[in-house]
Design a protein around this ligand. Structure first.
Ligand code: ARG
Length: 477
């Protein structure tokens, strides 16, 4: 039989924050299962900042005394130092970062520490801490995207004139420049940055003041706290404020897209570095060897980016699933939001850092790129467009060039290697095609001619690639 008169924590242990209600202590397993302190201590700085703003508001409103505020500020300064110096002793018995800090505060300053939680709940406290933490993470990510973009633009600029085959279905399609190809990733990163900046607007709203779920009966001033903590506005519904984590889900969605873009880029780097393609080499510092095959140089970093995209996508699904079944308002399920969120931010930050550096180490093998252009009739479309400009309907031109390609296949040559007569003979079955061919066709069939002709906004002509880079530089600053 349980002795119902025994204090919950047993012996001389100080009672837990909520323990007076309970007649028996939780088992060690339950304690470990329900505790979050070993991962949420990452929010200690934000927790202290939020508590100081709350205490300042309580004092301004006359809810606590000026002496209490002074004690709380002194105690928190000490705790901050202890945490920074690694001297703070985190305790599983105190469940999470919030209770650990509050308990230490009370040990340091007595009753003032016990007054801090007036008009507040851990529910609005934790929602505030996560938002403060995520806001910092987003700012860091935005800065790192800028670094990545700057380096990408430098490599693109150096290769604004470097021809390579553009692919569809992984088959040689049309000539593009390597600079143009890289600028495709710039555009993706620009949308990624927009998404993070937009997500930040919804992250930057203050839940504090919602208390457990219904608000509080104290005369609090939420706008003051919002201003103290640099939030743009307060959350307008207390139930929503303590319970929804849509802002974290949005962040993970933006992260999943960013990683997906970098994963595609990685896939290309890996492919280009394969000796069968040989378009680029990566600096040694991003590659590793094999323990058995002495000749190997493996593109480990891009492979890991591709791999880590899986875990970031997984975190997005974890958070969506965490949220979908929860009735209003706060449920303990939400404690599970932190690990996927932290892991996502860590992965994105590390990946961007490494990528910004890695792209500066891309060695472009221009001869291999140009060589690949001769293998797939890359200027066939230019030939068709030439005939159309001379008055042949596009479908007939398409057929005429298809015949020329078939003839080139048989002969084992590329289109520009045909003589004018050979080209005419190849197209003879399409009425009106052969007689439209003139000597000027050979300028059109060159790679440079093909590139230069695509000179509208968004095209691959070197002058347009340079214009895109200039536009991007103005945009980043
Ligand atoms: N550690 C909790 C979390 O991460 C803090 C809020 C707990 N609130 C509560 N009523 N149990 O969500």
């Amino acid at each position: 039989m349980t002795d119902t008169t025994t204090p919950a924590a047993g012996g001389n242990e100080p009672a837990k924050a909520w323990s007076g209600r309970f007649t028996e202590p939780v088992s060690d397993l339950v304690k470990r299962y329900t505790a979050s302190v070993f991962f949420d201590q990452r929010m200690a700085r934000q927790d202290i900042r939020g508590s100081l703003a709350h205490a300042k508001m309580l004092a301004r409103q006359g809810i606590i005394g000026a002496a209490d505020l002074a004690d709380i500020e002194r105690g928190m300064a000490q705790i901050k130092g202890e945490i920074e110096r690694g001297e703070f002793s985190w305790n599983l018995d105190d469940e999470d970062v919030h209770l650990n800090i509050e308990k230490r505060l009370t040990a340091l300053v007595g009753d003032a520490g016990k007054r801090l939680h007036t008009g507040r709940s851990r529910n609005d406290q934790v929602a505030t801490d996560i938002r403060l933490w995520l806001r910092d993470a987003i700012d860091q990510i935005l800065e790192l995207i800028r670094e990545f973009q700057k380096n990408l633009l430098d490599v693109a600029e150096a290769n604004a004139d470097t021809p390579m085959p553009g692919f569809t279905h992984l088959q040689v399609a049309q000539p593009v420049t390597f600079g143009h190809h890289l600028m495709a990733y710039y555009e993706m990163s620009r949308r990624d940055a927009e998404r993070f900046a937009d997500c930040r607007k919804r992250v930057n709203r203050l839940p504090l003041g919602s208390a457990a779920l219904a608000g509080t009966s104290y005369p609090i001033d939420r706008e003051f706290v919002a201003a103290e903590l640099d939030f743009d506005e307060v959350c307008f519904n207390s139930l929503d404020a303590v319970s929804d984590r849509d802002f974290a889900i949005e962040f993970c969605a933006a992260s999943a897209l960013l990683m997906t873009h970098l994963s595609r880029f990685s896939e290309e780097l890996i492919l280009w570095m394969s000796p069968r393609v040989g378009f680029i080499d990566l600096a040694d510092r991003f590659c590793t060897g094999s323990s058995i095959m002495p000749q190997k140089k493996n593109p480990d970093v891009p492979e890991l980016v591709r791999g880590k995209t899986g875990r970031v996508n997984g975190s997005l699904i974890a958070l969506l699933t965490l949220m979908k079944g929860q009735p209003l308002a706060y449920n303990k399920d939400n404690q599970e939001d932190k690990e996927p969120l932290f892991d996502t931010a860590d992965t994105v930050i590390d990946t961007l850092r490494i990528y910004a550096d890695m792209i500066t180490g891309i060695k472009v093998k221009t001869e291999a790129m140009r060589g690949a252009l001769t293998q797939g009739y890359a200027t066939a479309t230019d030939l068709a467009d030439y005939l159309v400009k001379k008055g042949l309907p596009f479908r007939d031109a398409h057929e005429a060039v298809a015949l020329a390609v078939r003839a080139a296949d048989v002969k084992g040559c590329d289109l520009p290697q045909f003589s004018l007569d050979e080209l005419r003979i190849a197209m003879a079955h399409v009425p009106g095609a052969a007689e439209r061919l003139g000597d000027d066709i050979f300028a059109v069939l060159t790679v440079e001619g093909s590139l230069a002709s695509r000179r509208h906004i968004g095209g691959t002509a070197p002058e347009q690639v340079r214009a895109a880079i200039t536009r991007a530089r103005q945009h980043i600053v």
